[in-house]
Design a protein around this ligand. Structure first.
Ligand code: TRP
Length: 427
């Protein structure tokens, strides 16, 4: 049995989540090798990032439209949107999957990335009524450091914390609040009358950044509007109200909005986030917006087994960015193994790569798909021992963590500020 909702991912099978069942339940499409080939062809690459090549990003909605309308016509007229709910101060390596991918696609296509940090979501969600909201803001800043360590391009990336308003976004928030009915949200998210108002209205907060028109100060090509701010507010706010529709400024504003409405959004997320975005797709065309496009990833299982949840509150269940090489070695060595009890049995019967945790980490993060296939095959035949497999996994993970840690060394408060400040992302 596999259960996936916007806040729970579970399976009681050692092989982990049944993703085919999920696709069927949600009504998304599989990312086929044909789609990946088209992207390779258009970008002139002979391979893509392993998270795409190894099918860790396995599902999509309208990726074919992105390829035809945004890539084939060579405009790259889209931006990437992803996010993080700051429920803990430290990110584990599973949390990094959307960010690693967003950064990779940013480099591949030269497009802006917008990252939402939902301190409000985690505050509303917390069961303790008098918990201090500031805790989640602190987590947000810590999480932002980990996210930046993926190597995002500072000039093309905007990171915002939900409790700090982004100029220009409110118009779309209001529009969506008007369109979305309470009974619809209750149905999709399973809220009941005892849930607080924050939880009930939060879905709209997560949907709004999926329209380019929510970011007139960030995503406009024309310098005219975005540079005209007064005390942090857009000038048009003042003109709009007091002038008629023939006014030059108002006309400029209207055409700028149309320009933004032509820009598409590619959401990079875990499959559990689909309830937000499929709801939004139903509304988009009614308010003159394109439906957002998404790619969705699988989940990295717990170190205790793919049927267990990886949890940031249980230290041993995952590899954290802050783990030392020694801790990584210790954790992987005691991770759930698909090997046999004894060496003789393993040589004789072979291992089970489908339930082996170290194997899954290699599948997620190895740069070389041919090696992944070879390791899997040798393990299955009993030629590769569990200890040998784990050793390869440890080397791989320590190399990966080192790249994050090296980048993290140079992050200071000015850099965080630069990522969070309003600036034109399209030059
Ligand atoms: N709800 C997400 C979480 O709990 C955070 C998030 C906000 C997000 N906006 C997003 C994730 C957009 C993916 C895409 O982590």
């Amino acid at each position: 049995m596999t259960t996936i909702t916007h806040e729970k991912v579970e399976s009681n099978d050692k092989k982990g989540i049944d993703y085919n069942a999920v696709i069927e339940q949600f009504g998304c499409q599989l990312i086929t090798s044909d789609l990946l080939s088209k992207i390779k062809q258009l970008t002139g690459k002979d391979k893509l990032h392993p998270l795409l090549e190894n099918n860790i990003f396995f599902a999509h909605r309208d990726l074919d439209i992105l390829i035809d309308k945004c890539l084939r016509e060579k405009q790259n007229n889209f931006y990437i949107y992803t996010g993080r709910g700051p429920s803990t101060p430290n990110l584990h390596i599973g949390h990094m999957i959307p960010f690693i991918t967003a950064k990779y696609l940013q480099d591949l296509f030269g497009v802006p990335v917008i990252i939402q940090i939902t301190d409000d979501e985690k505050y509303y969600h917390n069961a303790k009524i008098d918990i201090n909201h500031n805790i989640f803001k602190d987590y947000a800043i810590e999480n932002i450091k980990d996210i930046i360590s993926c190597g995002f391009d500072m000039d093309k990336t905007f990171i915002f914390i939900n409790s700090i308003p982004v100029v220009g976004m409110k118009d779309n928030l209001i529009k969506l609040h008007k369109r979305i009915k309470l009974n619809h949200i209750k149905n999709i998210f399973g809220f009941d009358d005892n849930d607080n108002m924050g939880r009930i209205s939060f879905p709209v907060e997560q949907m709004t950044p999926a329209f380019a028109s929510s970011f007139p100060t960030l995503l406009l090509k024309d310098d005219k509007l975005k540079l005209n701010t007064i005390n942090g507010q857009l000038n048009y706010m003042l003109f709009y109200k007091h002038n008629d529709r023939n006014n030059d400024y108002t006309r400029t504003y209207d055409s700028q909005m149309t320009e933004l409405q032509n820009m598409r959004c590619l959401i990079v997320a875990g499959i559990d986030q689909d309830p937000y975005f499929r709801t939004l797709r139903d509304i988009a065309t009614k308010i003159n917006e394109h439906k957002p496009i998404m790619i969705y990833s699988r989940f990295l299982g717990s170190l205790q087994g793919k049927d267990k949840k990886m949890s940031s509150s249980i230290d041993n269940s995952s590899i954290f960015l802050s783990d030392t090489p020694k801790q990584v070695t210790k954790k992987i060595n005691s991770a759930f193994s698909g090997g046999q009890e004894t060496l003789e049995l393993h040589r004789q019967l072979g291992g089970n790569p489908d339930i082996d945790v170290a194997m899954q980490y290699i599948e997620f993060f190895s740069n070389d798909i041919a090696t992944v296939i070879e390791i899997k095959d040798k393990f299955k035949k009993g030629e590769l021992l569990s200890g040998e497999l784990k050793k390869q996994c440890i080397t791989l993970l320590n190399e990966l963590l080192k790249t994050f840690n090296d980048t993290k060394q140079i992050i200071d408060i000015e850099m965080i500020h630069a990522f969070m400040s309003i600036k034109p992302l399209i030059i």
